[in-house]
Structures are given as structure tokens and as C-alpha cells.
Design a protein. Structure first.
Length: 256
């Protein structure tokens, strides 16, 4: 009798946990520089890659909330570190709390540093990149204090027509850090390097509308693939007939 009672308790517990998690919506946070801000080639806030991702989630009734408060075309990696370290608020929001709450985070940082350095001089550029990526790791470390469904980190691309080796090195270092932290690295160099289809101004790394849409497409595809591979935990698996991942897979197949 006791055994039957325990099984019943387990069954009910599993059911309520599953019921409360299967319909959970997504809190989407984006952090970063002009790419996350959605700045266009004329320096005006327009529609960024994150806005398109937000629209996809919203159209499928998956979006709980979206926040891009901590985006700015002048943000450097060290700015975000300072904001986190001192819990600086912006528009009454705390980035520390937003990170803790977010399910999905997309980040674009480091492009300002790279292009500024190359414009001034590329002396000791590899040591400069090492320091930049090490600083980036501090943000990664903070994010990893909390559980998230997925973190997307945008890689770097070259619109200068030279210095490909420098961008390759920066991307390699960033990808390695992402791998160690189980973050999803978004490779943009293969598509964007010196590709006039995605930019209006030569030498300016700000994408056009087509470029922003392409970035969002890459992220949505990875959302679809990676959510499908998220294993159900033991409790959920008992009742979800293939797992919550199947629901996510079906939803994102519809998106695509």
C-alpha cells in the first residue's frame, strides 16, 4: 500500500511539474553594441537581428517578454563588465537581474574594439585581442551563475578587405571561449566577410536590412536544432511522450 501511495505521489508531482513547464514562455534578452541596438548605416535605430528573432517568437506565441535596454552603439566589453560589477541601472532596469531572469540571451560585443584598434594601428594586435576576449570571459562567467536555455554569441566579420588573419584569430579565440562555456557561437565571417550584399557602405560593419535578417535566420535555425537536442529531465520524460523537445521542434519547424 505504501508503495502504491509513493507511486501516486510521484505521478502527481511529475504531472504538475510537466504541466507548469511545457507551456512556459521565453524571456528574451539581448546585450551589446550597434548590432544588438539595430543601428542602420545612417546611424539611426532601425530593426536589428534581435528584433526579427523577437518577432518570430512572438508570432508563435512563445514570447513572454523581450528586453534590449543594455544595447548601445558605443558599448565596449568593458562597459558591460562595469555595469555588471556596479549593478548600474538603466531606465530602471538592472542587467544583473535581467540576466538572471532571461531564458535566451544574444550578445554582440567586440566589433567596436577591433575596428577601433585597426583604424588606429594594429601594433600588438594579437595581445590586444587576447585581452579583449579575456575580458569577454568575465561576462561569460557571470552569465554562467544562472541557468538559461541558450546563449548566442555573435562572431566577428571583416569588411576592410584586408587583415583576414586578425579576424580569424579573434573568431578562433571567441569560439574557444564559447565552447568552454557551452554557449552557441554564431559564425558570421563565412557569409559577411567583404560581402557587398549585406552592407551599403564600404568599410562600415553595420549591416543593411538583408544582413540583419540573415543573422536572425541563423539564430532561429540554431534555436530549432538545439532545442530539439535538449534532453528531457527524468521527471518530465515520463509524461511528455518524447519530451518537451518535440514540442519545441514542431514549433520551430513551423517558423522555418
Amino acid at each position: 500500500m505504501k508503495k502504491v501511495f509513493l507511486i501516486l505521489i510521484l505521478f502527481l508531482s511529475c504531472y504538475f511539474i510537466y504541466n507548469n513547464t511545457i507551456n512556459k514562455k521565453i524571456y528574451y534578452l539581448t546585450i551589446g553594441d550597434s548590432l544588438s541596438k539595430g543601428i542602420n548605416q545612417y546611424g539611426v535605430v532601425s530593426y536589428g537581428y534581435n528584433d526579427y528573432v523577437k518577432d518570430y517568437l512572438s508570432s508563435k506565441d512563445l514570447l513572454e517578454d523581450y528586453n534590449q535596454t543594455f544595447t548601445d552603439n558605443d558599448y565596449y566589453i568593458t562597459d558591460i563588465i562595469r555595469i555588471l560589477e556596479y549593478n548600474e541601472k538603466k531606465d530602471n532596469y538592472s542587467l544583473n537581474r535581467l540576466i538572471k531572469k532571461a531564458d535566451i540571451i544574444t550578445i554582440s560585443l567586440g566589433m567596436n574594439e577591433l575596428y577601433y584598434k585597426l583604424e588606429k594601428n594594429n601594433e600588438n594586435i594579437y595581445a590586444y585581442i587576447d585581452n579583449m576576449i579575456n575580458d569577454y570571459s568575465k561576462i561569460f562567467d557571470y552569465i554562467n551563475h544562472f541557468h538559461h536555455n541558450q546563449i548566442f554569441i555573435l562572431g566577428y566579420y571583416n569588411v576592410l578587405g584586408e587583415n583576414n588573419d586578425i579576424f580569424d584569430y579573434a573568431n578562433y579565440q571567441l569560439k574557444e571561449k564559447c565552447s568552454k562555456n557551452n554557449f552557441t557561437y554564431i559564425n558570421l565571417s563565412n557569409l559577411f566577410d567583404n560581402n557587398p550584399n549585406y552592407f551599403l557602405k564600404n568599410g562600415n560593419f553595420i549591416p543593411n536590412t538583408k544582413g540583419y535578417q540573415k543573422i536572425s535566420q541563423i539564430i532561429v535555425e540554431k534555436l530549432s536544432n538545439n532545442w530539439y537536442n535538449i534532453p528531457c529531465n527524468f521527471i518530465t520524460m515520463t509524461f511528455c511522450h518524447g519530451g518537451r523537445r518535440e514540442k519545441w521542434k514542431q514549433i520551430f519547424i513551423q517558423i522555418m
